[in-house]
Design a protein around this ligand. Structure first.
Ligand code: NAD
Length: 252
């Protein structure tokens, strides 16, 4: 059992989907959790508090530097510092698969802005608080679409490749401050966004499951154990790494 009592964690994009599972998992391990999203996160905050945990939430856009600075300050003030950042918010479930020739430039810009610059803005806001403690855990969220070279989502796959590159460079830049930066790459996971997207039909999901060593649908709960490990002292000598959590589909 991973123990995070006394730790303070920010989860971006935690109002629903996989991020809400991360927030619940961190709180259940004892961390105090600060959730931000462009959607109202108060239902997840209430759920965590009802279960005996500690959480705060605010509406914030990860692409806005001012929102991220305010989130970091409010979290540090409420919890006495920041130990953990889970860079989860992204655009994914709502994206339509198709040829890159049909991706318009505005959509490309928006996906890259949220999925890459958003993660950068969150790190930039949080790191000064982690530096104060000479300790921190940053967990970025990529995707196995990168190692698979998945077609028909070029903006998304490109953005998640950038997250792996960002993880490696940040790990070296922040290592001297005791800040560990790692990355988790999930396979297709039945979040609300995926379950509600008709492109991921039962047939498509069955095909994906058949390519896994553990041949079944991937659920948000399947990601929580690895996330907690990367947030905990158990992984203190691990930095700059990307861990595939996909039931043994990708093996590189
Ligand atoms: P989701 O779309 O259901 O949830 C993403 C959350 O981020 C939403 O609550 C959304 O409101 C929030 N968000 C979007 N833009 C934001 C912004 N600018 N500022 C703040 N919040 C914002 O996605 P999900 O399926 O739960 O996936 C979560 C993460 O896992 C994403 O990074 C995604 O790329 C990654 N991932 C998902 C899968 C999958 O199959 N579901 C697979 C691999 C990786």
């Amino acid at each position: 059992m991973i123990e995070l009592s006394g730790k303070s964690a920010i989860v971006t994009g935690g109002a629903q989907g996989i991020g809400a599972h991360y927030a619940r998992g961190l709180a259940a391990a004892g961390a105090r959790v600060s959730i931000c999203d462009t959607l109202d996160p108060s239902a997840v905050v209430a759920e965590i508090e009802a279960a005996g945990g500690t959480a705060i939430g605010r509406i914030a856009d990860i692409t806005r530097a001012a929102d991220m600075a305010a989130l970091a300050s409010a979290t540090a003030e409420a919890f006495g510092g920041i130990d953990i950042l889970v860079n989860n918010a992204a655009i994914f479930g709502s994206l339509r698969r198709g040829s890159f020739l049909d991706i318009d430039s505005d959509t490309w810009e928006r996906v890259l802005a949220v999925n890459v610059r958003g993660a950068f803005e969150a790190v930039k806001a949080v790191v000064p608080h982690m530096r104060e403690r000479k300790y921190g855990k940053i967990v970025n969220i990529s995707s196995t679409t990168v190692s698979a070279g998945a077609p028909f989502l070029l903006h998304y796959v490109t953005s998640k490749g950038a997250i792996i590159a960002m993880t490696r460079s940040l790990a070296r830049e922040l290592g001297p401050d005791g800040i560990r930066v790692n990355c988790m790459a999930p396979g297709l996971t039945l979040s609300e966004g995926v379950s509600g997207n008709e492109q991921y039909s039962p047939q498509v999901r069955a095909n994906i499951a058949s390519g896994r060593a553990i041949s079944r649908d991937q659920l948000p709960q399947d990601l929580v154990g690895t996330l907690l490990y990367l947030c905990s002292e158990a992984s203190d000598f691990v930095s700059g790494q990307t861990i595939n959590v996909d039931g043994g589909s990708q093996m590189r």
